[in-house]
Design a protein around this ligand. Structure first.
Ligand code: SF4
Length: 236
């Protein structure tokens, strides 16, 4: 059994070696900086976050509330440096009320562990808070109804980096009609908060895509190494 979480995520299937993050080139815009520790997980949840969660748990703004078992608000550290955003709850998430707990979610947990972080260190949410029937892609009216909740979560958390998992998250956070995740993954983009603060965006593959094609793991790991660098590389 591997003694390095990176091995369990990538090396076993890709034949790569676990190494601490190194600088990467291309479109990545980074500058030398002093390593900073990730925000502690013991801080109190902001009142605004508690209030927002109460609002979401009673939401009837789109038809998805009619078929959900549970709302999946999101979970993690509300002061996280890294926020992961996926598409929407699947069956396991709908049943549990927690994001990313099915097979793809377990892989995301392994990715986070490989970053030497825990789910409690980061925040995990989705574009829509209720499961689309049969796990279909959320419809435009569902996204337009639900996205303001996600935007408020991003405002409150004010992370350093948003990791967009897959094309649906990337399309809606980037306000595009449709994006090809294969073309934009790994390239830094930006998201501007109401305060004017800029948050970096790292688009990457959804863990479900890695379950279908393990060759994508190395790309995701490269993206996560870049993210770790951006937040001060706590894994090195
Ligand atoms: S998906 Fe979002 S907007 Fe639609 S009912 Fe659920 S919480 Fe409300």
């Amino acid at each position: 059994m591997s003694d390095h979480p990176f091995k369990s995520f990538v090396e076993e299937s890709m034949g790569l070696e676990g190494k601490p993050p190194k600088p990467t080139g291309g479109t990545v815009m980074t500058s030398p900086k002093t390593p900073t520790p990730i925000k502690p997980t013991t801080q109190a949840t902001p009142k605004a976050f508690v209030s927002l969660k109460s609002t979401v748990l009673a939401c009837t703004k789109c038809p998805l509330h009619e078929t959900n078992t549970n709302y999946v608000f999101g979970e993690g550290n509300p002061q996280a440096d890294i926020m992961f955003i996926g598409e929407g709850p699947g069956r396991d998430e709908d049943l549990s009320g927690r994001p990313f707990v099915g097979r793809a979610g377990q892989l995301l947990t392994r990715i986070i562990s490989a970053m030497k972080l825990s789910r409690e260190d980061v925040y995990i949410a989705n574009v829509v808070k209720c499961r689309p029937p049969n796990n279909r892609v959320p419809l435009p009216n569902e996204v337009s109804s639900c996205k303001p909740y996600l935007e408020q979560q991003i405002e409150i958390i004010s992370p350093k980096v948003l990791v967009l998992l897959g094309a649906t998250a990337a399309t809606h956070i980037l306000n595009e009609k449709k994006v090809a995740i294969t073309k934009i993954r790994g390239a830094w983009m930006t998201y501007t908060l109401a305060s004017g603060k800029t948050v970096k965006i790292m688009p990457t593959f959804h863990p479900a895509a890695l379950l279908r094609n393990s060759n994508l793991k190395k790309d995701v790991w490269e993206d996560m190494k870049t993210v770790l660098q951006e937040i001060g590389n706590p894994s090195s």
